[in-house]
Write a protein that binds this ligand. Structure first.
Ligand code: PRP
Ligand code: URA
Length: 223
């Protein structure tokens, strides 16, 4: 797939120059939340193009102003599952290319001490009437939140699930691929490592992606 590199089986990193530049602006500590939010939306659109490159099509005839032609309709029912809260920052960008997708947010935060995911909101129907689910979260750190959301979606009968994120850590990629080897991961960057537990008062908290882009939820929402 042009511009998208499969860095290991099932793990795709978007390498389009515009994605690289936009992600760099997002990483920049001086980028304000308004610009950060716009960039997140734009990069999410690029990731959606990549993740939907195997979308199923249904042939149909179409009448142009000049003639009858063969064409296609998308033969997929797509569902989006953004992980609250930062996953919301990717929704509009994905909807730009699949405007008919259904959106089911799930609330999962990670406990600051244990880094374990805690589900605090989910209203998924018992069966999701979709053919493809895209789980959205900008940050794939330990992978606990993503794996928990994917488990939830699969428990509602969905067979095809993909994860879309801005930045991943090797630890998070490993965790998701170990628990869900069938789930492809689409990222704008695969970073170096996670921060260790802090030793000094001004060390960053544990489990942050390095170099990463900081707290994605805070930067998206200006908190
Ligand atoms: C962040 C991020 C992911 C999670 C990633 O959310 O948006 O959901 O951490 O970490 P993990 O891969 O180690 O699970 P956070 O828990 O800070 O909640 P928020 O989006 O409400 O800020
Ligand atoms: N959540 C974030 O927002 N950023 C990280 O680096 C890790 C988890």
């Amino acid at each position: 797939m042009m511009w998208v590199r499969e860095v290991e089986p099932g793990v795709f990193v978007h390498e389009h120059p515009l994605v690289k530049a936009k992600l760099t602006w997002m990483r920049d500590i001086h980028t304000g939340h308004r610009e950060f939010r716009n960039l997140a939306r734009e990069v999410a659109t690029a990731l959606a193009w990549a993740a939907l490159s195997d979308a199923r099509l249904r042939p149909r005839r179409v009448r142009t102003p000049l003639a009858e032609a063969n064409g296609y309709d998308l033969d997929e029912r797509v569902g989006l599952v953004p992980i609250l809260r930062a996953g919301l920052g990717l929704v509009d960008g994905v909807l730009a290319v699949v405007p008919n997708a259904t959106v089911w947010p799930v609330g999962i935060y990670r406990d600051e001490e244990t880094l374990q995911p805690v589900t605090y909101y989910e209203k998924l129907p018992s069966t999701l009437p979709i053919s493809l689910c895209l789980v959205l979260d900008p940050m794939l750190a330990t992978g606990g939140s993503a794996a928990a959301a994917i488990t939830l979606v699969k428990s509602r009968g969905v067979q095809r699930v993909k994860f879309l994120g801005l930045v991943g850590a090797p630890e998070g990629v490993r965790h998701v691929r170990t628990h869900h080897p069938d789930v492809e991961i689409y990222l704008a960057a695969l970073d170096d490592h996670l921060t260790p537990p802090p030793q000094k008062p001004d060390d960053p908290p544990a489990g942050y992606i390095v170099p990463g882009l900081g707290d994605a939820g805070d930067r998206l929402f200006g908190t």
